[in-house]
Design a binder for this molecule. Structure first.
Ligand code: SF4
Length: 103
């Protein structure tokens, strides 16, 4: 028998349209899913290594156990790119030429 090496990352995604908010997933994958004050799942968008077998199995268990089929385990090949450029930078002021063009 060979050894299966799990590489890559995964994220657990929820379809908010399908979700009924009874929070069953938080019981099935408590390390990945937290509930908001109305019982809807809050799931981190940070990819989790596939090598974390406990989390991966919990995610698959929650995916299979969701009564509305609102959960999906998505494989991610690389971590989300981290941008060093802050968003919402102020736009540079436009240079206004006060010189008159020759006629
Ligand atoms: S188990 Fe499914 S339907 Fe229920 S709260 Fe979680 S994602 Fe929503």
């Amino acid at each position: 028998m060979g050894v299966i090496r799990r590489t890559g990352m995964f994220i657990l995604q929820v379809n908010p349209i399908l979700c009924d908010g009874f929070g069953h997933c938080a019981e099935l994958a408590p390390e990945l899913v937290h509930l908001d004050e109305w019982g809807y799942p809050i799931i981190s968008k940070e990819p989790v290594p596939m090598a974390d077998l406990g989390s991966y199995e919990s995610a698959r268990y929650a995916e299979r156990g969701c009564p509305r089929q609102a959960l999906h385990v998505a494989k991610v090949n690389s971590p989300a790119p981290v941008s060093n450029v802050p968003l919402n930078l102020p736009r540079p002021a436009r240079a206004v030429s006060r010189e008159r063009r020759p006629l």
